[in-house]
Design a protein around this ligand. Structure first.
Ligand code: 1PR
Length: 585
């Protein structure tokens, strides 16, 4: 797999072709010239001589590296290994076409590089690969070669994928020194997933030539940087990315996990984007009428004492502020008796939200009782009004529980979207990213998958009577009533109805501290395209890494261990970092 030295097919090229680069037409320009007319999306319908192999994900941890031996790409190799990837070196154009993901760390000068690409047929293979929107990351020269041409020892034709000419920094502009060597900040524009963790932090540059943003290439530009002038620091279109800076050098060991590597990680495993640790505050009024943070034991929030009082674990605003300071990525308030009350009448809950949002600057989700409602006076309130009041009071997202179950049942029965459910109304007005559906399922073991008309899975831990299968029955009203719908069916239906995220609780695991129900989380996170929050059962930091390593959960939530100060949020995050799971520190 790994070629320690310069990949054989190129070594001979590098030396011999130093100065014979001005071939008439660039590989891509031939391919693309006929298409420039409708260069809307990358994936054009042109049948080139070459064809790329549909992704077969030979292995999720292999990355193909185009190292044409011009310079040391040792640090990129080290970075890839550090991220747990093995490297397949390009030996032939076919290796490019068959790549699942390709990194092209261009080092050296433009002309010799284009010569190697032209003479080895790699240029055309690269064009075909990019044309088919295959996962590509060009670094430094690997970005510049995508452009029409370069003035470096030229003009020299480039691959011609992106309009524009690479030119030398003008040292007279603003008294800058050329080459541009050092750390500089990016102005991240169009969404470029791979830069999401960089934000305005500094990354490392070493180059004398640069690409300039223009009307012709503006659709490609995902970030610019200023050095005497504004130049293109990264491009992105679909799965095709390239950066002028060096992600593999953008940070010391400590920085590693934050900036440089996050760019590579996000490219290599787009799903990996950084995981979130969420603190959840289940709130309700206790018998004295005070709004307290409580915590269920499989949803039973009453102390096993004579008084049988509601378990009181603290004040909602204080705890929320504390978890924010401790590094929680999001805070959720679940008004667990909301199904009983009328949210807009529940001023204490709204007050909690207003006070919290004054001091907590991470996303706030609030749930409980969101539904259309007619109060005792006969006044009708739509769920939209309820949600509006929560958003006005500081919520970034609202969470719907019971009402989403009824909406899903209706949708599955009729097969038609009425547009009237709280889920549909609120996601239509506020966007689906503002709507979370909280699922409260209970595991039901069965001996045979055909025993029930719902999605059944083989469970890791057999049931009390050795049952090998189970389905997850959804409940409403805080787990009090089981409904004829499974968590799988519900998740699929609410995604269709406009939910932007799923908070996947598990009544069986709630408050048990034995870990998340990874069978359930895997089932749901593999079945929907929207983010899934694993919830219920966290007892140790290892439970978090386990759920992120074994499922596609985007976030994991805990309550009890944080309320009882058994496991600090910081130690969960440090553990995840040790496990190379990207989190915000
Ligand atoms: O149905 O729209 O009124 O919403 C009610 C909301 O309240 C739902 O989101 C539902 O999940 C929640 N809820 C209702 N009853 C309870 C209860 O505990 N009796 N709590 C309840 C939900 C689940 C998690 C909990 C995790 C983590 N809590 O949020 O925090 O299980 O706990 P752990 O880390 O201690 O294991 P509607």
């Amino acid at each position: 797999m790994e070629a320690a030295t310069v990949a054989a097919p190129f070594s001979s090229f590098v030396t011999s072709t130093q100065n014979s680069s001005s071939s008439s037409s660039s590989p891509c320009s031939l391919l693309l010239s006929r298409k420039k007319k409708n260069l809307g999306s990358v994936n054009l319908r042109f049948k080139s001589r070459l064809s790329v192999r549909a992704s077969s994900s030979t292995s999720d941890s292999v990355v193909t590296l185009l190292d044409y031996g011009a310079g040391n790409v040792r640090s990129i190799r080290n970075a890839l290994r550090h991220l747990g990837f093995s490297i397949k070196d390009v030996q032939t154009p076919g290796d490019i076409l068959n790549a699942d993901r390709l990194i092209f760390p261009g080092v050296g000068a433009f002309a010799p590089a284009m010569d190697v690409l032209n003479k080895t047929g790699m240029g055309e293979a690269l064009c075909t690969y990019i044309e088919n929107d295959r996962p590509f990351l060009g670094i430094c020269l690997g970005l510049q070669l995508l452009f029409d041409s370069s003035e470096e020892n030229g003009p020299v034709k480039g691959l011609g994928v992106i309009p524009g000419t690479i030119g030398r920094f003008d040292s007279s502009a603003g008294g800058i020194r050329v080459p541009h060597i050092g750390w500089n900040a990016l102005q991240v524009g169009n969404d470029s997933d791979i830069l999401d963790d960089v934000g305005n932090r500094h990354v490392y540059f070493v180059h004398s030539y640069r690409a300039i943003p223009s009307n012709e290439n503006k659709d490609w530009v995902s970030s610019t940087c200023h050095y005497g002038e504004s130049f293109i620091s990264s491009i992105r279109r679909g799965n095709v990315h390239a950066v002028q800076f060096h992600p593999e050098k953008s940070g010391g060991m400590m920085f590693y996990s934050k900036v440089g590597l996050s760019v590579l990680r996000r490219f290599l495993d787009p799903k990996s984007s950084s995981k979130q640790v969420i603190a959840c505050l289940d709130v309700r009024t206790n018998d004295k009428g005070d709004l307290v943070v409580t915590k269920g034991d499989q949803y039973d929030v009453r102390e096993q004492s004579n008084e049988n009082e509601v378990r009181n674990l603290g004040k909602p605003v204080d705890l929320a502020r504390q978890y924010y300071k401790d590094g929680a990525d999001e805070i959720s308030f679940l008004n667990i008796t909301g199904f009983r009350d009328f949210p807009l009448g529940d001023l204490p809950m709204i007050q909690v939200l207003r006070y919290t949002s004054e001091n907590v600057f991470v996303p706030l989700t609030v749930g409980g009782g969101i539904r259309d409602f007619t109060d005792a006076t006969g006044r009708y309130y739509s769920s939209l009004e309820v949600a509006a009041e929560y958003f006005r009071s500081g919520a970034d997202k609202i969470s719907i529980g019971s009402d989403a179950v009824y909406a899903a049942e209706e949708f599955i029965k009729s097969g038609a979207k009425t547009g009237k459910s709280s889920l549909e109304q609120i996601s239509r007005v506020y966007g689906n990213q503002a709507v979370v559906v909280s699922i409260d399922p209970r595991r039901v073991y069965v001996n045979d998958p055909d025993d029930v008309p719902y999605k059944v899975i083989r469970v890791t831990n057999p049931g009390p009577n050795g049952e090998e299968y189970a389905w997850y029955q959804c409940t409403v009203s805080g787990g009090r009533e089981g409904r004829p719908i499974g968590a799988y069916e519900l998740a699929k239906a609410v995604e269709e109805l406009g939910a932007g995220e799923i908070l996947l609780n598990c009544i069986d695991c709630d408050g048990q501290g034995k870990g998340f129900d990874t069978d359930l989380v895997k089932l749901i996170s593999d079945s929907v395209g929207i983010p899934v929050i694993a919830s219920s059962g966290a007892g140790t930091p290892e439970h978090f890494s386990e759920v992120f390593e074994t499922t596609n959960a985007s976030a994991a939530l805990a309550a009890g261990i944080f309320h009882r100060k058994e496991v600090p949020i910081q130690s969960v995050k440090e553990h995840l970092l040790e496990k190379s799971i990207e989190v915000r520190m």
